[in-house]
Design a protein around this ligand. Structure first.
Ligand SMILES: Nc1ncnc2c1ncn2[C@@H]1O[C@H](COP(=O)(O)OP(=O)(O)OP(=O)(O)O)[C@@H](O)[C@H]1O
Ligand SMILES: [Mg+2]
Length: 293
C-alpha cells in the first residue's frame, strides 16, 4: 500500500486503517482471507455459494464481507438489497471516483456481521473502462486493501466469464473456490479455468491457491449425478471438498425471501451442507486459525 499524497487511494486506505485500529478495541485483527468464487460456466451456484458460505462463516463467528463482481447484481438481490437503485456500488470504487469512500457502498444484510459490497449493471461499463487503465487487473485488490482489516473473510462472487472482472477477483484473492454443477458437462471448461488460474499466478498473483472445488446441485438419487461426482473426484482428487451441496428447491426460494438459506430454512439439508463446507474451508487454513487464537 502506498501513502503518498499523489496517491489519494493509498492515503485514504491509511486513514481507514488508522480508524479501524482505534475503533476495534483490544482485538487485533489479521487481514481477511479473500476467496473468489469462480467458474465461467453460468448457473453453477457461484452466487448461492457466496451467500450461504458467507452466512455459515458468520454463524461460526467470522465477520464477512461479500463482494459482487457480477453486473447482474444477483448477490444483492439474493440478500434482499435492491442493487439497481443504489447510487454507490463497487463500480464507483473500482473507478476510483473522487470523494467516494468504501463505506458509501457497503450495506448491511439481514444477518449481523454479514456485509455486502453490491454491484449493478453499471459494473458492465467498468469492464470496458478499466481496459484503458494502468494496473487494470489490480483495481479490486486496491479497493479491498482498504477494508481487509475490518473482516475475517471476504468472499467475491465472480461473473460467468473469464473477462477482466473475474481476473480482478482472482488477482485480489488469496484462494479460489470453484462451484461445479453435477451434470454431464461439468468438467467441460475446467481446463480453461485451471489454465486461467495458472496465468494469473504467473503474471499477477503468485500466491493464489485453489482452495477447493465444491460439487453443487447434486441429486444423489440419480446414478448420473453419482457418476459425474466420481469423475470430478478422479480428475481433481483432494481438491474436491468432501461436502456436496444437494439439489433442493429451497435454494431458489431463499433469494426470493432476500436472505441466506441458513436463516430462511435454518434446519434444512442445504443449510447443513454450507455449514459443513464452512468447516472444511476453515480447516484448510489451519495457520490462520492459529494466528487468530
Ligand atoms: N443446490 C442447489 N439446488 C437447487 N438449486 C440451486 C442450488 N444452488 C443454486 N441453485 C439455483 O440455481 C440457479 C443458479 O444458481 P446461482 O445463481 O447461484 O449460480 P451462478 O453460478 O451464480 O449463476 P451465474 O453464472 O448466472 O452468476 C439459481 O436459481 C439458484 O437458486
Ligand atoms: Mg451468480
Amino acid at each position: 500500500m502506498t501513502t503518498t499524497d499523489d496517491d489519494p487511494l493509498g492515503a485514504r486506505a491509511a486513514k481507514e486503517l488508522r480508524r479501524d485500529a482505534t475503533t476495534s478495541g483490544a482485538r487485533k485483527r489479521a487481514p481477511a482471507r479473500i476467496v473468489a468464487m469462480a467458474n465461467q460456466k453460468g448457473g453453477v451456484g457461484k452466487t448461492t455459494t457466496t451467500i450461504n458460505l458467507g452466512a455459515a462463516l458468520v454463524e461460526r463467528g467470522s465477520r464477512v464481507l461479500l463482494v459482487d463482481m457480477d453486473p447482474q447484481g444477483s448477490l444483492g438481490v439474493g440478500l434482499g438489497v435492491e442493487p439497481h437503485s443504489r447510487e454507490t456500488t463497487i463500480y464507483n470504487l473500482l473507478m476510483q471516483e473522487e470523494g467516494v469512500e468504501v463505506d458509501d457502498a457497503i450495506v448491511e444484510t439481514s444477518m449481523p456481521d454479514l456485509h455486502l459490497l453490491p454491484a449493478n449493471i453499471d459494473l458492465a461499463a467498468a469492464e470496458l473502462l478499466l481496459v484503458q487503465e494502468v494496473a487494470r487487473e489490480q483495481a479490486l485488490a486496491r479497493v479491498l486493501e482498504r477494508v481487509r482489516y475490518r473482516y475475517d473473510r471476504v468472499l467475491i462472487d465472480c461473473p460467468p466469464s473469464l473477462g477482466l472482472l473475474t481476473i480482478n477477483g482472482l488477482t485480489a484473492a488469496d484462494g479460489v473456490i470453484v462451484p461445479l454443477e453435477c451434470e454431464y458437462f461439468a468438467l467441460r471448461g475446467m481446463s480453461l479455468l485451471m489454465q486461467t488460474l495458472d496465468r494469473v499466478r504467473a503474471r499477477l498473483n503468485p500466491e493464489l491457491e485453489l482452495e477447493g472445488i465444491v460439487a453443487t446441485m447434486f441429486d444423489g438419487r440419480t446414478l448420473h449425478a453419482q457418476e459425474v461426482l466420481a469423475r470430478v473426484r478422479d480428475a481433481f482428487g483432494d481438491a474436491v471438498f468432501e461436502t456436496t451441496v444437494n439439489k433442493t428447491i429451497r435454494f431458489a426460494e431463499a433469494p426470493v425471501a432476500g436472505e441466506p438459506i441458513l436463516t430462511y430454512a435454518t434446519r434444512s439439508r442445504g443449510s447443513d451442507a454450507y455449514r459443513a463446507l464452512a468447516k472444511e474451508v476453515e480447516a484448510r487454513e489451519p495457520s490462520r486459525e492459529l494466528a487468530r487464537s
